[in-house]
Design a protein around this ligand. Sequence first.
Ligand code: PLP
Length: 384
Amino acid sequence: MIYLDNNATTRVDPLVVEEMLPFLSEWYGNPSSGYRFGQRVGQALELARERVARLLGCEVSEIIFTSCGTESTNAAIHSALMMDRDRQHIVTSRVEHSATLKHCETLAKRGHEITWLSVDQHGQIDLEELDRSIRADTALVTLMAANNETGVLFPIDQISEIVRKKGVLFHTDAVQAVGKIPIALGDSKINFLSLSGHKLHCPKGVGVLYVNRKTKFAPYLIGGSQESGKRAGTQNVAGIVALGKGCELALAGIESEGSLLWSLRDTFERELLARIPGSEVNGAGSPRLPNTTNISFSGIDSEGALMLLDQHHLCCSSGSACTSGSVHASHVLKAMGFSEERARSSLRFSFSRLNTADEVDAALEIIPKVIEKLRRISPKSPAN
Ligand code: PLP
């Protein structure tokens, strides 16, 4: 199998598995228990917190463990809205992941005003429009650091400066960015940041919400006093230990991994464009994650391509994994102004450090044949 869908999820690193296994067997204590057996587990949690904090360049007290990126994002939005009854307006963009998008749509149905920033053909928001959209009653600006479908990066530092100047809270969904590009929260103006373990070669079901130590926080899950009272519920110890190890590995490899990903992705992209006429990279005009490419192939239907590629044991994606299976064309590509047809003819390929140059070579053999076959049989093809 050639797995080029690492933005959907990643393979758990064997070193991560090794680190977490004892916490599924002998170290099963509750980290909140007072006796030494529980405390030993609590210490493992705190080591994981230190490792996550080191990757993000923040303090350990600013890390809250959650169950996933979606929970972290929801918790940040919830907290911002709980702070001040007179501030109930949210600013976000049209290209967010459904964790933000659907939540904001639900809030809109409940009467909250949402400003949806549009993006240009490169997938970028207009910073002046952002500036203008922040109001006296704005509770939160929430914008993603890296787009899961195109890899397009938003200028998060500039955005956070603009938001801070207006005295408003800023959350960034950094689920796709963490571990792929350096993040330094130390002096940043970011109030909340979300990440997810399973995009970082860790298991599913663990995430983090960073909350700046000066930012007031209202918990989303209410109950026990775990996570300093900021997120109730007995922690997923094995998952958190795994995430700590995953963050340690990500930090150690951030530069070498970044250049490996650039080289795999760029070779793949360059060769594919050269071999397949009528192919174009979506978002190429923007700074992008090193691991992601989203390419449209004129005259094909991406759902058909996915099926044929699957027969060749090649995994990639059309739109985000969370919405594939639905009949809608990618909301991200449509927001970038691409036609329904172009959006429906696009595939996302995303790499990780566990991919190899041989896999790229093999994929470069398979994909052109699949596209050619689809064009031959497609009723939309100019030849038919
Ligand atoms: N945000 C982005 C940008 C994502 O890509 C994803 C997952 O695909 C999420 C949020 C949700 O993360 P999780 O699957 O951990 O809930």
